[in-house]
Design a protein around this ligand. Structure first.
Ligand SMILES: Cc1cc2nc3c(=O)[nH]c(=O)nc-3n(C[C@H](O)[C@H](O)[C@H](O)COP(=O)(O)OP(=O)(O)OC[C@H]3O[C@@H](n4cnc5c(N)ncnc54)[C@H](O)[C@@H]3O)c2cc1C
Length: 416
């Protein structure tokens, strides 16, 4: 008879771990306390728009994503590499298009030369790119492990380049306001951006966990189930005690300790404010104490995100930035963000319909300087833990933890 495994949590890590064990012939049951799968990767349908919970992309170069997903089946579409940086100069909004700083650093950043980047910055990006791409991917998780801001200064980037390019981009990825995230994480993300694309699935980001659930089969996933853990092998579910050969805890038991939070505003517009499929970085967010980190128009890349003839504009605001400006309510955040949007896109913004204001708390685990970012929590023989918090806060971290945990279980039972 096959061994029985209970997985608590139907986020990405729980589903991937369960799917891998199921494929190996284990009898797997997943118990999720929420009313739907996906954890932090969810999508709502509002007025025909697909609203992801927070601006969320998949990276086609993530090694584990390549193994776990079929991007063709997900009908994924890519943003253009690079970004547009907006900056106010003499009271007017200037837009600098950076073609592809991750793959063609010199040509890719040339668009910023008259704005915020110096010729030295271009060369330093080229050197940084070469540095992060050296050796195997895992190697980025060894070596120095200081804060990202310290690493950028040490590599000689101008303050303008840090404030106007790296800050809005990476504060919006790390969801913190000081670039205090471990430089290993920066190196990893930079490397992935230089090797692949930021993509969106046709059915929204929730299509990623859905893909894994389909491998597993819905009959093995039990929603709205708050299982009480009695011991390493026993759960009490709806008043009944059930014993398993092992239990996997696929969630972060200390998630509420994370201070990283994000506000995401979604707007329906009659036309896209952009002329290219880039994301737009707010080059003034740091220097002018502004609010918005970046903006994307998912429907430009993936038309399924908006009904015919409409565009979806998604605005990302790092929670700590809002805090620093003393903004705590949704109304205050919307008010200040709308003023910034108007300063770039003029009165068109008055015609945009606010579809949702999401405030996502405890969004990512804290990964500061000196964190290993490649470990596994201590587990006992029958009780295992996985989730992005055990590696690093990303789709890659969640999937890698799942792969490592499932492998441990397979090995543990093979030797029994
Ligand atoms: C706004 C935002 C944007 C992001 N953008 C990106 C991005 O662009 N690229 C990227 O790579 N990563 C991104 N991430 C990170 C990525 O979403 C996460 O790393 C990943 O989804 C984590 O998956 P997980 O399974 O580890 O945890 P979770 O998604 O948190 O899943 C845990 C699940 O366990 C359930 N659960 C908790 N306790 C119990 C219990 N006792 N019993 C049963 N179930 C339980 C929860 O309800 C949840 O469903 C983003 C995250 C956020 C919040």
């Amino acid at each position: 008879m096959s061994q029985s495994i209970a997985v608590l949590g139907a986020g990405l890590s729980g589903l991937r771990c369960a799917a891998l064990l199921h494929e190996e012939g284990f009898d797997v049951q997943v118990y999720e306390k929420a009313d739907r799968i996906g954890g932090r990767m969810m999508t709502d349908k509002v007025d025909g728009f697909l609203l992801d919970h927070g601006f969320h992309v998949m990276q086609s170069a993530y090694p584990t994503s390549k193994r776990a997903f079929d991007f063709e089946k997900l009908e994924a579409q890519a943003f253009e590499p690079g970004a547009v940086v907006v900056q106010h100069k003499k009271g007017k909004a200037k837009f600098w298009r950076l073609a592809d700083p991750f793959r063609r650093p010199v040509q890719g950043l040339a668009g910023g030369l008259n704005g915020f980047a110096s010729p030295f910055d271009l060369l330093r990006v080229a050197r940084l790119r070469e540095f992060v791409r050296r050796g195997k991917t895992e190697q980025v998780f060894s070596g120095d492990d200081k804060e990202t801001s310290i690493m950028l200064r040490k590599r000689g980037f101008s303050q303008s380049m840090i404030d106007r390019f790296f800050h809005p981009l990476f504060s919006g990825i790390f969801l913190e306001n000081d670039l205090r995230t471990n430089e290993r994480m920066f190196r990893f993300v930079f490397r992935m951006m230089s090797e692949g694309d930021m993509v969106l699935p046709k059915d929204g980001i929730a299509a990623a966990p859905r893909f894994l659930a389909d491998v597993l089969g819905d009959e093995r996933i039990h929603l709205n189930t708050d299982a009480e853990v009695l011991d390493e092998q026993t759960l009490r579910i709806a008043g009944q005690d059930k014993t398993f050969d092992a239990i996997v805890h696929a969630y972060n038991p200390r998630r509420t300790e994370s201070k990283r939070h994000v506000w995401t505003l979604h707007f329906g517009a009659s036309k896209s404010p952009f002329s290219s499929n880039h994301i737009m970085l707010n080059g003034d967010v740091k220097t002018q104490n502004q609010l918005i980190a970046h903006i994307a128009v998912p429907s430009d890349v993936q038309p399924s995100y908006a009904p015919n003839g409409r565009s979806l504009v998604t605005v990302t605001i790092v929670g700590e930035t809002a805090e620093a400006l003393g903004l705590t309510s949704a109304e205050e955040v919307l008010d200040v963000a709308t003023k910034e949007l108007r300063s770039w896109f003029g009165s068109d913004v008055d015609g945009w319909k606010n579809l949702a204001i999401q405030h996502i708390e405890h969004a990512l685990p804290e990964v500061g300087a000196g964190t290993a970012l490649s470990g596994l929590p201590s587990t006992t023989e029958k009780s295992f833990e996985c989730g992005d918090h055990t590696v690093h806060g990303s789709v890659e971290g969640a999937l890698l933890s799942a792969e490592k945990t499932s492998q441990r279980i397979i090995e543990a039972f093979a030797s029994n």
